[in-house]
Design a protein. Structure first.
Length: 292
């Protein structure tokens, strides 16, 4: 789920097979457990000798512009889970549901989360949709400063983009306006880059109708409130849970891995870090480890 990187989705049958294997091995799954809310940190620390924090990096980057407080402006992760729940048969009242039906939609953010929003608003029956990205459009082929074996940062089209909608690059949102407390328009400007320096292009200001704006601008690390604050783990300069070489936090017996420790990244990194953390936890508990 990263900028310029295609979506990698795992079939639910494969996930179910893996979960069943883990259940057969004796692993217990406790659902509806929100640590720091309905499950106390103190309880976990009393019951277990080691804890692994692997809850992802879900704190969204916000849009700091006038009009952000208007209704109709949502984080992508406020919007997407509601549709997923309805697809699974959960009953969500219309007063609590966020729908794009018959609306002019703007998605801010050009990554895979934005693409997920794009596919969803198509299915909900939006009137129009455009996806804005502040960065320049990636090249069709590798740039000279992006050699193999680095991941090729090139322009890609996902299945959601093939369904329709527009994509525009080098767009900076300046403000949002509306009436009666609800957003109606987005005011933006074109930008250009000289190296890492960005500047607004005079005379390129524009206004677009928008009665639903979805913010998909990436994530800033794990949620701080609740579990992490109560545990008292140190947060790194990058906003992630700080760990040492053995994946342990500043608190003995508490480990962290995946996006929570390294920031928003790919599932392959989460798998690798989970295996590394398992090795170090085994060593912490047993004094040695035979894990690879």
């Amino acid at each position: 789920m990263r900028y310029g990187i295609p979506e990698f989705k795992m079939e639910k049958g494969i996930l179910d097979r893996r979960l069943n294997l883990m259940l057969e091995e004796g692993i217990m799954f406790r659902t509806n457990a929100n640590v720091g809310v309905n499950v106390s940190v103190e309880e976990l620390r009393r019951e277990f000798h080691a804890l692994l924090l692997a809850a992802g990096a879900t704190a969204p980057r916000d849009l700091q512009v006038p009009g952000r407080e208007l209704k109709g402006v949502y984080f992508a992760m406020e919007f997407l889970p509601l549709q997923n729940k309805r697809c699974e048969g959960d009953v969500i009242p219309d007063t609590e549901f966020i729908s794009a039906k018959d609306k002019h939609v703007v998605i801010i953010g050009g990554g895979d989360t934005g693409a997920d929003c794009l596919g969803t608003v198509h299915r909900q029956g939006c009137s129009s949709v455009v996806q804005f990205e502040i960065l320049p459009k990636p090249p069709d082929q590798r740039a000279q400063d992006n050699p193999w074996p680095n991941w090729p940062n090139i322009f890609r089209t996902s299945s959601a983009h093939e369904e329709g909608g527009e994509r525009e690059y080098c767009v900076l949102t300046k403000k949002l306006t509306g009436r009666n407390g609800h957003v109606e328009q987005l005011h933006g400007v074109r930008v250009e880059f000289e190296g890492r320096n960005m500047r607004e292009v005079p005379g390129t200001e524009f206004t677009i109708d928008a009665d639903l704006i979805l913010l998909a601008m990436g994530f800033l690390g794990p949620e701080r409130k609740g579990m992490l604050e109560q545990l008292g783990v140190v947060i790194s300069e990058r906003g992630n849970v700080a760990t040492n070489a053995d994946k342990m936090t500043n608190i003995p017996g508490i480990f962290a891995a995946g996006d929570m420790a390294r920031g928003q990244s790919l599932i392959v990194w989460a798998i690798r870090e989970g295996r590394q953390a398992a090795k170090f936890i085994d060593k912490y508990l047993m004094g040695f480890t035979d894990l690879p």
